[in-house]
Design a protein around this ligand. Structure first.
Ligand code: THU
Length: 165
């Protein structure tokens, strides 16, 4: 028997100490969350992807009365980016989320950001990994209210991923 240990290295930032390009991507992700359609979970997520040509592609979660037919913000953004610019590398993705859970219904989203950095689901990690495998590492910036976690790649967030057979 052998034991193995996987370490995941990431950086923690205060939002105001992020480098300019990542802070502006963070703002785009927050803006994208305002277009979320989440009448069932009331959990609003936005994602913004910086492409190698400098353009930014955004997505938000879109829910459906048939729950599994909805889609997460990250996959929405990744597929939007890949469809708009096939073959172009994705350099970084930022993800932000807010919910009014426990707050008055008229509270503005800007006062409802998730306290802890949001963490993408396994299916979104796997989907983003596909583009990373094709075109190189995609930085992943997960946003909380005043803190962000920065991972160097999607694969760092998805050990033992399925890549090919
Ligand atoms: N969701 C995302 O869009 N991204 C995540 O990283 C986690 C979850 C969405 C799916 C669903 O619409 C709602 O958040 C609650 O799970």
């Amino acid at each position: 028997m052998q034991k193995h240990l996987i370490n995941i290295e990431f950086e923690q930032y205060d939002l105001n100490e992020l480098p300019d390009d990542l802070r502006s991507l963070a703002n785009e992700a927050r803006r994208a969350s305002l277009s979320s359609y989440a009448p069932y979970s009331h959990f609003h997520v936005g994602a913004a992807i910086l492409m190698a040509d400098g353009s930014v592609h955004k997505g938000s979660n879109q829910e459906n009365a048939a729950y599994p037919s909805g889609i997460c913000a990250e996959r929405n953004a990744a597929w939007h980016a890949a469809a708009a610019l096939p073959g172009v590398a994705m350099k970084a993705i930022a993800v932000a989320a807010w919910t009014r859970a426990g707050m008055p219904e008229d509270t503005p989203p800007q006062e409802c950001w998730q306290e802890s950095p949001i963490s993408p689901c396994g299916a979104c990690r796997q989907s983003m990994l596909e583009y990373e495998t094709l075109h190189g590492d995609i930085k992943v910036l997960l946003l909380g209210r005043s803190t962000a976690y920065l991972f160097p790649s999607v694969k760092s967030l998805l050990p033992f991923s399925f890549t090919e057979f």
